[in-house]
Write a protein that binds this ligand. Structure first.
Ligand code: MEV
Length: 305
């Protein structure tokens, strides 16, 4: 039987989440330690097989509205219509700021194109993934859609040409999962509301984060992890002032800083999800992981860059 296969991976936003929605720069890294693969096979009805639902796609819960929409959009683009079983396997934790929704959308798009032996160019894939992301996130910057299929780190500014980033610095990012589902869509909406109520303060924080992201881009050409760490701490302060952090994230951030991290911050949408810590040494990175796990982190990973 003919099948179509698509893959994508996780992502880590090093700096610039939320401010990126307001056209400030952000830096994101592909994280291949977590992956999704999607297999499509012809079927009598349109069905899906994943952790949220096994059965008819039209009966799937709201979390899969993005996949329903993107599937229709892909058929429209390809001028095809056919029933598939969409089988999704993923090690990307859902709703933790690691790009799960964008990765699943990207892998589904790629799988259907693969089934029909159609060439999928980057722009088409991005436009299609954004259809799904608009449903998952409301007002997506586009960063997640791009980085979950990128092999290289990206310096991203919404609406501008995408710049792949060559990182000269050597270091380790420790990723700690609070175990709480992040709430990107709600956090993005809440920040929008805050910006209406207090535009001066929120704009200052947004531009401040943009300047920090720009500085990190320059620093990644050298080897000054100490300054990068202190910028991560500063960006966490700004994100907290924006109301994006929460007590579980703050707890893990405090623990990692007490355990020798050079700097720590939340990553992704916030209000739960994951945090990042920085180390210049693998043994220290492992010690930070242990400390996080002892203090309620659900899972940890180390990403060398
Ligand atoms: C979510 O991974 C990142 C946010 O900046 C939203 C977006 O970029 O669309 C919070």
């Amino acid at each position: 039987m003919k099948i179509g296969i698509g893959h994508a991976h996780g992502k880590i936003i090093l700096i610039g989440e939320h401010s990126v929605v307001y056209s400030q720069p952000a830096i994101a890294l592909p994280f291949k330690g977590v992956q999704v693969s999607v297999k499509v096979t012809p079927s009598e009805d349109m069905t899906i097989d994943c952790i949220y639902h096994q059965g008819l796609l039209e009966e799937a819960p709201g979390q899969l509205d993005n996949i329903k929409a993107v599937t229709l959009e892909v058929f429209k683009r390809l001028n095809k219509q056919q029933n598939f079983n969409i089988h999704i396997e993923s090690t990307i934790p859902q709703e933790r700021g690691m790009g799960s929704s964008a990765a699943v959308a990207n892998a589904t798009i790629a799988a259907i194109y693969d089934y029909y032996d159609e060439v999928l160019d980057k722009q088409t894939q991005f436009e299609l993934a954004q259809v799904a992301e608009a449903i998952s996130h409301g007002d997506p910057s586009g960063l997640d859609a791009l980085i979950t299929v990128s092999d290289k780190p990206l310096y991203f500014v919404k609406g501008q040409e995408i710049a792949e980033l060559d990182i000269e610095t050597k270091g380790y990012l420790i990723i700690g999962d609070t175990g709480e589902k992040g709430q990107t869509k709600l956090a993005v909406q809440a920040l929008g509301q805050r910006k209406l109520e207090n535009p001066q303060l929120v704009d200052e924080l947004i531009y401040g984060l943009g300047r920090l992201a720009h500085s990190v881009k320059e620093l990644l050409k050298g080897n000054d992890l100490y300054t990068i760490g202190s910028i991560m701490n500063k960006s966490q302060q700004y994100l907290s002032q924006m109301g994006i952090s929460n007590s579980s994230l703050n707890n893990l951030i405090t623990i990692s800083n007490q355990s020798g991290s050079l700097g720590s911050k939340l990553t992704g949408g916030g209000w739960g999800g994951c945090m990042l810590a920085l180390s210049d040494d693998l043994i220290l990175a492992q010690q930070i992981e242990e400390a996080l796990l002892k203090n309620n982190a659900r899972q940890t990973w180390v990403l060398a860059f």
